[in-house]
Each structure stands twice: as structure tokens, then as C-alpha cells.
Design a protein. Structure first.
Length: 85
């Protein structure tokens, strides 16, 4: 979530994210790869550098709503054990 919040402020390089978040480069790179795989983060190359950004800025509204729901329910929301058909 912290990577997404940082990217919501604008594009950033891996080195920028590691410095801002205090996370190891390998952790940031793995998270970015996952987020890219989901289509939530994209990048543009400029020379030898890659600049990452959100592809779906509306995601931040969804995450904010989820945080509000969790706060309102005391974090008691769990996955429903019954399959939805």
C-alpha cells in the first residue's frame, strides 16, 4: 500500500521508492513486478532508468474506502467461507 500511496503523488524510480519508504531494493522491485503484473502500475523508460506510475489512479479511492470500512468494523472483516455463485 505504501508503494501505491507514494506513486499516487507521481512517478518514481526504484531508487526513489527505496529512499522514501526505507525498504530494500529487492522488496520494492518484487512489489512493483507484482503490481505491474496486475496492471495497476506501469513504467516508462528514459535512458537506463525506469519511472513507475499508477495506471489506475482511481485505485486510491477504492483503497481509501476499504480502509474506512476496516476502521468502521474494527478490522473484523474476513473472507466469506461460502462460495458465491
Amino acid at each position: 500500500m505504501r508503494i501505491l500511496q507514494t506513486l499516487a503523488r507521481g512517478e518514481a524510480r526504484v531508487v526513489d521508492l527505496t529512499a522514501r519508504l526505507g525498504l530494500p531494493q529487492s522488496t520494492v522491485s518484487k512489489h512493483l513486478a507484482c503490481l505491474r503484473g496486475c496492471g495497476l502500475v506501469g513504467y516508462r523508460a528514459e535512458g537506463r532508468q525506469s519511472f513507475y506510475s499508477l495506471t489506475r489512479p482511481e485505485l486510491m479511492g477504492l483503497l481509501a474506502s476499504a480502509e474506512e470500512l476496516l476502521a468502521a468494523t474494527g478490522h473484523t472483516v474476513t473472507l466469506c467461507p461460502e462460495p458465491v455463485s
